[in-house]
Design a protein around this ligand. Structure first.
Ligand SMILES: *Cc1c(COP(=O)(O)O)cnc(C)c1O
Length: 400
């Protein structure tokens, strides 16, 4: 079967909720993926930053295989010997006292929302069912009904109401807007330190720090959704660290399992995360021993291979090189570490055609919204590979 055969079957039998590039990948290693025709591509998406450690990292693979042959699922009705170690290692690495594991990122965001509401009623004494959570315009926090309830993207939201109440949307990057939105019933402010899906939107310097101060002053929790920006992607363990911010709740997912498995978690101190009582929240698969073993290995790779530092150095280089490309189409190059957005001018004909052209040159990047090309390769990439990619990117950005 060739590429077109696979695509035809996929389109016939699968729901059309994605618009993928027409490349059918059959294997991958490090920063490279290979399609069914044997063509090799540089992966500049990293599965939306889930494979920061590179594809099929041998150490994570070893942990998966080792654990899969022992025990994969106990449910939380019983204990297992991997989850305690994941808790401890997450705490040592992130500085949070506790964590709570889930599977997808959206579930972890839901967990953070539930915890913030619980904290509001139990600690802040907000009248029951009156808690409000402030979020930012153009946010992306996942796809559940509650989460799309506070999306500002019509495509994510319009056909899926009725919506969950209790959310207030303010302009991203605007501290005053947050200040104005805070009421005695505000439980939390939830933000992405950099908005990935919105097109790699980097807020003004000091924004997060000012929001953190507002939260402290008003007895409001700060929730940082670091599912995409966390675990080294932007050149620090968490993107909030660029602003010297420590959120009350940090949400992680994606690279927490190096692309092998869906593992997410929320991180917080005991004064907040200690509020959940037995039975109030849970997940059959959350914290299973296979997930925990994979997450432990994935964190170890981030630490041992100094992926945050790598991302900082190589990201700076990549952004600088991209900024120097003369192109009639580019409006702006922005980002932090290896989370990079190239925004095209509105008359460039859309980012999609540039992504198609890059594919032809052996580079897989994906448009985000209409006019931004995201470059976010696995953090194990090296300078030589970036240098290999730059001429192809230069050529593409100079297409007619
Ligand atoms: C990907 C993402 C999510 C959702 O994660 P899923 O695993 O797809 O549910 C939430 N927040 C941010 C910032 C993300 O990038």
């Amino acid at each position: 079967m060739n590429t077109q055969d696979f695509i035809k079957i996929e389109e016939q039998y699968g729901a059309h909720n994605y618009h993928p590039l027409d490349v059918v990948i059959e294997k991958a290693e490090g920063v490279w993926v290979y399609d069914v025709e044997g063509k090799k591509y540089l992966d500049c998406l990293s599965a939306y930053s889930a494979v920061n450690q590179g594809h099929v990292h041998p150490e994570i693979l070893k942990a998966l295989i080792g654990q899969a042959g022992k025990v994969t699922l106990t449910s939380r009705a019983f204990r297992n010997d991997q989850l305690p170690m994941l808790y401890k290692e997450l705490s040592e690495m992130t500085g949070y006292e506790m964590s709570l594991p889930m599977n997808s990122g959206a579930e972890a965001v839901e967990t953070a929302v539930k915890l913030a509401r619980k904290w509001a009623y139990q600690v802040k004494k907000v009248p029951r069912h009156q808690a409000e959570i402030i979020v930012a315009g153009n946010n992306f926090h996942g796809r559940t009904v509650t989460i799309v309830s506070f999306s500002t993207e019509p495509l994510y939201r319009d056909d899926f109401g009725p919506f969950t109440p209790g959310f207030v949307v303010v302009e991203y990057g605007n501290v005053e807007a947050v200040e104005k939105a805070i009421t005695p019933n505000t439980a939390a402010v939830m933000l992405e330190p950099i908005q990935g899906e919105a097109g790699v939107i980097v807020p003004p310097a000091g924004y997060l720090k000012a929001v953190e101060a507002l939260c402290k002053k008003n007895n409001v929790l700060l929730i940082a959704d670091e599912i995409q920006t966390g675990l080294g992607r932007t050149g620090k363990l968490f993107a909030a660290h660029h602003d010297d911010v420590r959120a009350d709740i940090t949400v992680v997912g994606k690279a927490l399992a190096g692309g092998f498995y869906p593992v997410s978690a929320i991180l917080a101190d005991k004064s907040v995360l200690g509020l959940f009582q037995a039975g109030e929240h849970g997940s059959t698969f959350g914290g299973n021993p296979l997930a925990a073993a994979i997450a432990r290995a994935s964190l170890k790779v981030i630490r041992d291979e100094k992926l945050s530092e790598r991302s900082a150095t190589l990201g700076e280089y990549f952004i600088e090189q991209l900024s120097e490309i003369p192109s009639p189409h580019v409006k702006e190059v922005r980002g932090k570490g290896l989370l990079i957005g190239v925004e095209l001018k509105s008359d460039a004909g859309g980012a999609r055609r540039f992504c198609e052209a890059l594919k032809g040159k052996g580079i897989l990047a994906k448009e985000t919204h209409d006019n931004v090309i995201r470059f976010a390769p696995p953090l194990v990439i090296d300078k030589e590979t970036i240098d290999w990619a730059l001429p192809a990117i230069r050529e593409t950005l100079n297409m007619p």
